[in-house]
Design a protein around this ligand. Structure first.
Ligand SMILES: Cc1cc2nc3c(=O)[nH]c(=O)nc-3n(C[C@H](O)[C@H](O)[C@H](O)COP(=O)(O)OP(=O)(O)OC[C@H]3O[C@@H](n4cnc5c(N)ncnc54)[C@H](O)[C@@H]3O)c2cc1C
Length: 467
């Protein structure tokens, strides 16, 4: 069967579905191809299910601390992993069903449920069908990287997808990888009742963050009883059905760690290896990411790549922003580009880390004369009232231009508070504008203007990747 459309969208991650809607609304005929679960990583194995589980873990944590707030719980706080999973599955399913329903309800849009592969620059094979179009949009996302670690072929291991299907909390979860994904799972499973050990190759957790932020996160995790092994070299694994042993040369501690389950959280790779990109002539970089320009066009006219597969972002909001860029440029006569956006993301441990723009170390590395405002959360009234005083917040400013360069809010509400800084950065307003804003009391955000009144020169030189 051969069918011709105005546009073909490969994958239903965070960019494909809204783009299908815009193109369909603009009167185009659209084919959407999805090989597995509608909504992709975020909906099924990423943001949404993890944040649902983080919410369960937070509930358990607060229940255990109930007495601190003068609340008596009569009996032991117990976590039912079956209940946690059922809630998580229901939250994910709602989104997944919503995406599929939306796509199937679009005018002039046909949904194919199969693997898509390019046959040429304008043709895609999907099962027995060959679809062709002048415009093709690749939104195939990525999957967990599996490192080539000696012994991995002989033990059971999990990724972000399979770990969320557990119906019993592991007695002892070993996590290889101390970055964003690994840390969220570490804290939630600790709160579900598991022993947790994080094994990280770098000299500190979250190498990309400033040292003070990374150290504060380390303290938050270890204070909950999570064991962190840093500088792990030559990692190998062994084990049998009921146990797994990770062997690593670490700077301190025993060279072996024994646990019951192993989670690999060592990064992601793009789903571009079985997509027929060579047949289309589409270029990839050495790590498999599709090479795109600032408008997200590939080297082949009429083919765009959006979301994680283009290597320009690794978040739902970057994938969605990719959609907005492509749709505005194609349909609204705009000239938007990826370079217009300011890096922003959050780490959803408790308390969360909200981040915008440059770290202090990056700002110094780029030659800015840096001023920093910094305050522990123990000096933030709202945090004290809530009994959640872990963390710190810091804001980074260019002394000459008075521009806000970046911020980190590691503290209660940090994932929301960061947006007041981010939006000022988009407005390119000098920091005194924010300093003079009247914020609501009592909130964490009310301290941001105060922080800007306490700026002082950045003292230490932090280089990314050093401890
Ligand atoms: C554990 C975890 C937690 C995360 N938490 C957050 C978070 O809190 N906030 C955040 O912003 N980001 C988070 N992320 C990242 C976020 O999930 C991704 O950045 C986002 O989903 C990327 O979306 P995408 O549009 O690139 O594609 P994806 O969501 O990966 O979707 C791609 C789709 O394409 C389909 N596909 C692939 N190949 C083909 C093919 N050949 N033919 C047809 N279909 C195909 C796939 O089946 C999939 O449905 C998290 C990721 C993980 C792993």
């Amino acid at each position: 069967m051969n069918r011709t459309y105005d546009a073909i969208i490969l994958g239903t991650g965070q960019a494909g579905p809204p783009l299908a809607r815009r193109l369909s609304d603009a009167g185009m005929s659209v084919a959407v191809v999805e090989r597995h679960l509608f909504g992709g990583t975020c909906v099924n194995t990423g943001c949404i299910p993890t944040k649902a589980m983080v919410a369960s873990a937070y509930a358990a944590h607060v229940a255990r601390r109930a007495a601190d707030f003068g609340v008596a719980i009569d009996g032991r706080v117990a976590v039912s992993m079956k209940g946690v999973k059922a809630r998580k599955d229901a939250v994910s399913e709602r989104s997944r069903v919503g995406v599929e329903k939306m796509l199937r309800g679009l005018k002039n849009c046909i949904v194919y449920k199969d693997h898509a592969r390019f046959r040429s620059a304008h043709e895609v094979s999907v099962g027995d069908a060959v679809l062709s179009a002048d415009r093709l949009f690749i939104n195939v996302g990525g999957r967990a990287s599996v490192p080539s670690m000696p012994g991995l072929d002989r033990v059971r291991w999990m990724t972000n997808s399979s770990v969320m299907d557990l119906e019993v909390a592991p007695p002892h979860l070993l996590i290889v990888g101390g970055s964003y994904v690994g840390l969220e799972f570490a804290q939630m499973f600790r709160r579900f009742g598991s022993e947790v050990t994080i094994i990280e190759m770098a000299p500190r957790l979250l190498q990309r963050e400033d040292e003070d932020v990374s150290a504060a996160i380390h303290t938050i995790l270890t204070s909950e009883g999570i064991d962190v092994r840093l500088n792990a070299r030559c990692i190998s694994v062994s084990g049998d059905d009921g146990s797994v042993t990770v062997r690593a040369e670490c700077a301190a501690g025993s060279p072996t760690v024994e646990g019951s389950h192993l989670l690999l959280a060592v990064g992601r790779r793009p789903n571009t290896d079985d997509l027929g990109l060579d047949a289309a002539g589409v270029l990839r970089d050495e790590r498999g990411y599709i090479v795109v320009d600032d408008q997200l066009q590939t080297n082949i006219a009429g083919i765009w790549a959006l979301g994680d597969c283009n290597g320009k972002g690794a978040f739902t909001h970057t994938a969605y922003n990719d959609f907005e860029i492509v749709a505005s440029n194609l349909l609204d006569g705009s000239s938007r580009g990826v370079s217009d956006r300011i890096p922003a993301y959050a780490l959803f441990i408790d308390p969360p880390l909200g981040r915008a723009g440059l770290t202090e170390s990056e700002a110094r590395g780029r030659g800015h004369t840096v001023l920093v405002g910094k305050r522990p959360m123990s000096r933030v009234g709202r945090a004290v009232e809530k009994g959640e005083t872990n963390g710190l917040m810091k804001i980074i400013v260019d002394a000459n231009s008075k521009e806000i360069l970046g911020a980190a809010v590691l503290g209660t509400g940090g994932d929301e508070v960061i947006h007041c800084v981010l939006d000022m950065m988009y407005a390119k307003a000098p920091y005194p504008v924010l300093q003079r804003a009247m914020h609501i009391h009592p909130t964490v955000s009310e301290l941001i203007p105060t922080l800007l009144g306490e700026l002082s020169p950045s003292e230490e030189v932090h280089k990314p990747g050093t401890s």
